[in-house]
Design a binder for this molecule. Structure first.
Ligand SMILES: [Fe+2]
Length: 202
C-alpha cells in the first residue's frame, strides 16, 4: 500500500509564490486521490506487491494490460507529486555545483536554461508537467509530458518537474500560468536537485 508522504515544510511556507490553500488541497485531495486509485488498481494483482513505484513506471510495458493505464496515470501522479514536494523549499538558494556546470555547458547559460524550461512549461497544452531530466547517456533534456506521464516511462530520470495542471495554481493565479511558472523558481530546492544529479551521474 502506498501512502501520502509528509511535507518537509508547512503548507504556508512557500507563500506568496504558492499559497497555503493550494498546497493543502494539492497534497491532501489531488495527490491522495492518485495514491488511492493506485492502491485500488494494484489490489487484484498480488504479483506486483514487491514492485517499487519506480519499477512499476520504468517497466510499464510489463504491467498487466488491464491496469497499465491506471498505473501510468495514478502511479505517475504519485511519483511526480512526491518528487514535486521534495524539489521545493522555503529556503531556496542557487547552488554552484556540478549541475550548474552541466546546465551552462548544455544550454549556454543559466538564463537560457530558465528561458527554455519556462517556454516548455508555458506551451504544454492542457494538463501536464515540464521536466529537466537526465537521459541514459547522462545528458540533460527539457520537455513536457501530458497528464501524469512521467519521464521514468521513457527511461529518463527527472531532476526538476513543474506541475502545470490548473489544480497547482488556479486558486492564486487563475488563468495566469506564466506568472506561476516565473514565481516557482523562488521555491526551487537546488540543494536537493544538485544532490540528486550527483547521485545519478555517480
Ligand atoms: Fe498536481
Amino acid at each position: 500500500m502506498f501512502i501520502l508522504p509528509k511535507l518537509d515544510y508547512a503548507y504556508d511556507a512557500l507563500a506568496p509564490y504558492i499559497d497555503s490553500h493550494t498546497m493543502e488541497i494539492h497534497l491532501n485531495k489531488h495527490h491522495q486521490a492518485y495514491i488511492d486509485n493506485l492502491n485500488k488498481a494494484l489490489q487484484g494483482h498480488p504479483e506486483l506487491v514487491s514492485w517499487s513505484l519506480e519499477k512499476l513506471l520504468i517497466d510499464i510495458d510489463l504491467v498487466p494490460q488491464d491496469i497499465r493505464i491506471a498505473i501510468q496515470n495514478h502511479g505517475g501522479g504519485h511519483y511526480n507529486h512526491t518528487l514535486f514536494w521534495k524539489i521545493m523549499t522555503p529556503k531556496s538558494k542557487i547552488v554552484h555545483g556540478k549541475l550548474e556546470q552541466k546546465i551552462v555547458q548544455w544550454f549556454g547559460s543559466r538564463e537560457l536554461f530558465v528561458q527554455s524550461f519556462e517556454n516548455v512549461a508555458k506551451t504544454r497544452f492542457g494538463s501536464g508537467w515540464a521536466w529537466l531530466v537526465v537521459d541514459k547517456q547522462g545528458e540533460l533534456k527539457i520537455y513536457s509530458t501530458a497528464n501524469q506521464d512521467t519521464p521514468l516511462m521513457v527511461g529518463d530520470m527527472p531532476l526538476l518537474g513543474l506541475d502545470v495542471w490548473e489544480h497547482a495554481y488556479y486558486l492564486n493565479y487563475q488563468n495566469r500560468r506564466p506568472d506561476y511558472i516565473v514565481a516557482w523558481w523562488n521555491v526551487v530546492n537546488w540543494e536537493f536537485v544538485e544532490e540528486r544529479y550527483c547521485q545519478l551521474i555517480g
